[in-house]
Ligand binder design. Sequence first.
Ligand code: TEU
Ligand code: CA
Length: 555
Amino acid sequence: VSGPAWWKEAVVYQIYPRSFNDSNGDGVGDLNGITAKLDYLQTLGVDVIWLSPHFDSPNADNGYDIRDYRKVMAEFGSMDDFDRMLAEMKKRGMRLIIDLVVNHTSDEHRWFVESRKSKDNPCRDYYIWRDGKDGGAPNNYPSFFGGSAWEKDEATGQYYLHYFAKKQPDLNWENPKVRAEVYDTMRFWLDKGVSGFRMDVIPFISKQDGLPDLPADRLGHPEFVYSNGPRVHQFLQEMNREVLSHYDTMSVGEAFGVTFEQASLFTDARRQELNMIFHFDIVRLDRDGWRKKDWTLPQLKAAYVQIDRTGGAHGWNTSFLSNHDNPRAVSHFGDDSPEWRTVSAKALATLMLTQRATPFLFQGDELGMTNYPFRGLEDYDDIEVKGDWHDFVESGKVPAEEYLSDLRQTSRDNARTPMQWSSAPNGGFTTGKPWLAVNPNYAQINAATQVDDPASVYNHHRRLMALRQQIPALIYGEYRDIDPNNPKVFAYTRIQGDKRYLVAINFTHETVAYTLPDGLKVAATLLDNGAAQQPAQPGATQLSLQPWQATIYEL
Ligand code: TEU
Ligand code: CA
């Protein structure tokens, strides 16, 4: 049965190292830069750091294309820097999880360099090679970064499979040698003292038998097929048996393409696969690839209920509103105009940190950092942008303006602009030229001004994280949406034994008179995001919720 665990009680903070803090002025964040900011993270209340890939890589996809799994990316520092960073984290009682990117490697990885040489190379079978069909690719699989998922290689005339860029060939997990290499790599880092892994697109590791064509209605969303290979659970159980079960770890799988019905197959503790997965249903609620769609509050609430259900009695969930692949939380689900930015960012923090789930906070969201005011294509760095531009705009399917206008809101680069530490040039991120432009609003939004301001977004996160530590019901308590159809107010209870709490969030710009359903009565206000005009009276059944007010009550 699934009982208490350190990783259920932890708050995880995601660091995208390239954009976190540059210690040597080359414009790229680095490991020493992270070490220098550990006190800041400790004060915030972070228990676990998830570090996006820090391995040697030619950076076709910012480190999600790994050339050497046991080497630190030179731009980020050395293995000594890594060891020192980890030791400093431990000193502060923090743990580290790292990114395990093993669906694919870089095409510059030693295994692929060998593999492509000849059909009888000992590494040939580390990847997925097929003959072409009718003068073209072996099947109709699309890649997520544009074009076909197959690339023809001149040396042998065969094609290799790449679900992402052609510089990210997919590993062949059917080959026991590949699995043994992966498990060895995991042990290497665990023996160094890391506490687990975030696993990149892990449901994709098992490929469909015979690689048949996708049906036409799946071509727009191949993830639902790629995530359903016949042996994915067998591989994950083996990984757990061989590696994870021998260490005190946490594991979280990025579950792109995994539906609510399938989720517990990964996370039911009795199956011994992963501890948690990242569902895509909230961050992708209002979009289809780069395209924006409208969303309503009841839809958002329904996703929360469904995700909570997949946790059930034997699993556990994650709670997150952004990451390095998604726009900024406040720009996405709140209101990033100067008038509402602070209060709505705090409302979202309240939502994020009071779920029956482990919260994953993305760097900068604790400051209410916003999307970037992109103008044209030249402002973007992301490889995905270039692929989509090619597939949708250059192909003539979509006018450039339409693509660029949605992209401004959906692009991954929104989350990747450098951290805003202070009002110094470039937000104090670097003394050199940043690899990606800093958001011009850094003079208004930065850590230096927020750390000492009790009313800041940062300090609201701090208070929420402290409260979560004090009140087990906010972690383990049953989750119930008490008013799923209300289009303005998000209200839910968290109940554990006789401890009863209510979270009420006004998602509008208006004052809402809210009558508590089901005879619920407020006993006391525990924490408010600064919007409330007066505390609710004990016994109150009527709340006057101010614009973007988010309050945790005791019932
Ligand atoms: O992303 C998985 C993924 O498929 C999407 O979230 C991706 O961002 C894209 O929008 C799909 O259209 C993971 C990593 O988080 C991402 O940064 C990598 O680029 C990708 O895998 C490949 O490793
Ligand atoms: Ca640097």
